[in-house]
Ligand binder design. Structure first.
Ligand SMILES: [Zn+2]
Length: 325
């Protein structure tokens, strides 16, 4: 019986294996078409060295091929990627400002009408920003666009600041996800729904992990009325009298939904031990709106709806590009 020897020695196989592994590791994904590529210029026209789309014929050809697949979502993502890549390279341009990469340039690059490109990028942003709208599940682009326009008209701002269905849900969320919330790092829950007997029920009673500090949290699913401040002060007094050691500090937080109540703000300005935090839900996780963002957000809300969206988009772009406009 003849035993066939392997054609390659083990060293040679090992070498090939290592080479493959190195290639896999170095393989970058194209930021435009997402396909892994080994060439300097991707089939979609993106140049890895120049970090922009260089091959105009190549990109048009690629765009056309995606268009003919009838996969509208793929088309929308492709256009947004191209626009983003070009903006990253040449700078962002806002209407009325010179220089930078404008929508017109992306339209020209793809030899497509500017109104179509503008709609596509608007839609692509909406798909990323508001996954809850499930726009990506629409049967075609014009359908998704129509839906998006309806939502815009209905006041999209509130949608972004999604709330819990009930105060009970908010309470349960904090109890179960506490360590993942912005408060979990410093504070630990001592009691939940604590019945004080004489002054009412404390939603959450927490203690600082390292310091001699108590924290009483009052929850409001929606905007909190200013009488909440008095309610919280009552609880704080009760904790001071019944639970706290002599030198322990008593603090309070009102967690409520958007928008914040103006009267609460005034009431808190002379109550340094009480804070108000406005929550919102992002992909099911509770977050707090940053203080500095809140002011701007309220200003935006004074604008007409169409302009609100424009402004939000501008802010988001500014954030992405780390630029002042
Ligand atoms: Zn590509």
């Amino acid at each position: 019986m003849i035993i066939q020897r392997p054609h390659f020695s083990t060293e040679r196989w090992g070498f090939l294996f290592m080479w493959r592994r190195r290639v896999d590791k170095d393989m970058e994904k194209c930021p435009v078409c997402n396909s892994p590529t080994l060439t300097t210029v991707c089939e979609c026209g993106y140049d890895f060295k120049e970090k922009e789309v260089v091959g105009k014929n190549k990109v048009i050809e690629f765009y056309k091929s995606v268009k003919t697949t009838k996969d509208w979502l793929k088309q929308v993502k492709l256009v947004k990627n191209i626009h983003q890549v070009q903006q990253k390279k040449h700078g962002v341009s806002y209407s009325g400002k010179s220089g930078g990469w404008k929508l017109e340039k992306t339209a020209k690059l793809l030899s497509e009408q500017i109104s179509i490109i503008s709609d596509i990028i608007d839609l692509a942003d909406a798909i990323d920003l508001y996954p809850d709208l499930k726009l990506s599940q629409c049967k075609n682009r014009s359908h998704a666009l129509r839906r998006w326009k309806e939502f815009k008209a209905a006041g999209i701002l509130y949608l972004f600041y999604k709330k819990f269905d009930s105060e009970k849900d908010l309470q349960e969320y904090l109890e179960t996800q506490w360590d993942d919330t912005p408060l979990g790092e410093k504070w630990v829950i001592k009691e939940s729904l604590l019945n004080t007997g004489d002054v009412g029920q404390i939603d959450i009673l927490a203690h600082h992990r390292d310091e001699d500090r108590w924290l009483i949290i009052e929850l409001k699913k929606d905007t909190s009325p200013d009488k909440t401040v008095g309610q919280l002060q009552r609880y704080m007094g009760w904790v001071k009298e019944n639970l706290a050691e002599k030198d322990e500090k008593i603090e309070g937080i009102i967690i409520s939904g958007f928008p914040p109540d103006k009267n609460v703000k005034y009431a808190l300005s002379i109550n340094p031990d009480i804070e108000q935090k406005i929550y919102y839900l992002k992909n099911g996780a509770m977050k707090f709106i940053k203080e500095q963002f809140l002011e701007g957000l309220l200003d935006i809300m004074k604008l007409p709806l169409g302009q609100q969206m424009e402004r939000l988009k501008e802010i988001r772009l500014r954030k992405e590009n780390n630029k002042c406009v």
